[in-house]
Design a protein. Structure first.
Length: 378
């Protein structure tokens, strides 16, 4: 049995357990994957200040994101098709996050529905919205998120047009997956994954199937999805969504200080500095490299969060030190899920929490709320 010490160990196990088609879907970035790599590598360039002989007892990672208490400033990012990493993936990840006291964000493009996740959790989760051309469907999703008592809407702004991922094209992956003999072979080599999946066939893209116009089953979902992302999305639409939702709103996919200023003007509660995990504009800078400029531009007006490339608790701490109020992990929890289901998500969170706690102490801090740029070495 492989010893699991860090997120990379979970990734190695997930690679062995999840069919290549779906593992690659998680582990891919757009085009050359340069931005995907930069997200991780740029964290390594940031060095921490070691401090000694500071009282390190009674440490706390507790803080808040958009006014909601979190046991540590790490939320689970919205990820499409999470239920393909592991049967009932969204439901299991939501339960793990709930038990841990951190937010779970359900993607519009999830396998399990808003209602499925609500049925297995007792505390509110967050819902991520893609604004589709079919605005009636968007309104219906907002109403469903309200009915499920979701406590924040995460509106994704950086996917008006879909970035191209070579791994997915080479594997012939589409959303929803259209199974070919090659795919069936990829699945057959992961019998354990298949056994778990067998019982869950009824749960597929349930946020959309049966709700969007003309999408009564999976086959019609394919053409609907292809034409639904809206290249004309504008700041006016953001205002419209804000009004219709009426609750806490987080704008995801801001990577430029000018856009951050526009976002702050909408009166949203937070922005997420993000390049969609390097899955959209390849060649864009890493999220962490843009954080300081965005914090300078808007942090006095709006809460700034960050995602992209976080693979350890040290990375979280660096983002917090540079001005983020909270962070999100995408692939780290997907690797945990693919490796070991719910237990694996909990383990991913445990690894990150432990690394953050020890690092914080060795930087001479006892509370995450006291961490600032002074822990970064020049
Ligand atoms: C994503 N991401 C994403 N974002 C979003 O707003 N809606 C979505 O449906 C998805 N789907 C999705 C699928 C997969 C497999 C990945 C890896 C990512 C982006 C996600 O929310 C987040 O921005 C990144 O995952 C953060 O980078 P890391 O933590 O994966 O490096």
């Amino acid at each position: 049995m492989t010893q699991i010490l860090d997120i990379h160990d979970l990734k190695a196990i997930a690679r062995r357990r999840v069919p290549k088609l779906f593992f690659d879907y998680a582990d891919s970035g757009a085009w050359t994957e340069g931005t995907y790599r930069a997200n991780e590598e740029d964290f390594q360039r940031i060095k921490l200040r070691q401090r000694v002989l500071v009282d390190m007892t009674d440490r706390s990672l507790e803080t808040s994101m958009i006014g909601q208490k979190v046991s540590m400033p790490v939320a689970l990012a919205p990820t499409g098709m999470t239920g393909m990493q592991h049967a009932d993936g969204e439901m299991l990840a939501a339960q793990a996050a709930e038990a841990y006291g951190v937010p779970f964000t359900l993607s519009t493009m999830s396998i399990c529905s808003i209602e499925d996740v609500a049925s297995v959790t007792s505390r509110p989760f967050w819902f991520q919205l893609y604004v589709m051309r079919e605005r009636g469907f968007v309104l219906d999703l907002i109403d469903r998120a309200k009915a499920a008592n979701c406590s924040a809407l995460v509106l994704t702004l950086d996917l008006q047009i879909l970035g191209q991922r070579h791994k997915d094209l080479r594997n012939g992956l589409s959303a929803p997956p259209r199974l070919t003999p090659k795919h069936l072979w990829m699945m057959a080599t992961r019998p354990r994954w298949c056994m778990k999946m067998l019982g869950t066939r009824r749960r597929t893209f349930r946020n959309i199937v049966g709700h969007a116009k003309g999408v009564t089953e999976l086959s019609s979902l394919h053409s609907w999805t292809a034409e639904q992302f809206d290249p004309q999305l504008s700041w006016k639409d953001v205002e419209w969504i804000k009004e219709r939702w009426g609750g806490p709103l987080i704008l995801k996919g801001i990577l430029d200080p000018e856009d951050a200023k526009m976002a702050a003007k909408t009166g949203a509660d937070a922005i997420i500095v993000s390049n969609h995990g390097g899955r959209q504009l390849d060649g864009a800078p890493s999220s962490i490299s843009m954080l300081p400029r965005i914090v300078d531009a808007v942090a006095h007006q709006i809460e700034v969060h960050l995602d992209g490339g976080i693979r350890s608790g040290q990375d979280v701490l660096k983002a917090i030190a540079l001005g983020a109020k909270g962070t999100y992990i995408g692939r780290p929890f997907l690797y945990g899920l693919g490796a070991m289901g719910k237990e694996g998500v909990t383990l991913a969170l445990d690894i990150i929490r432990k690394e953050m706690d020890v690092t914080m102490a060795l930087c001479g801090k006892r509370r995450i709320t006291d961490v600032g740029p002074e822990i970064i070495a020049e």
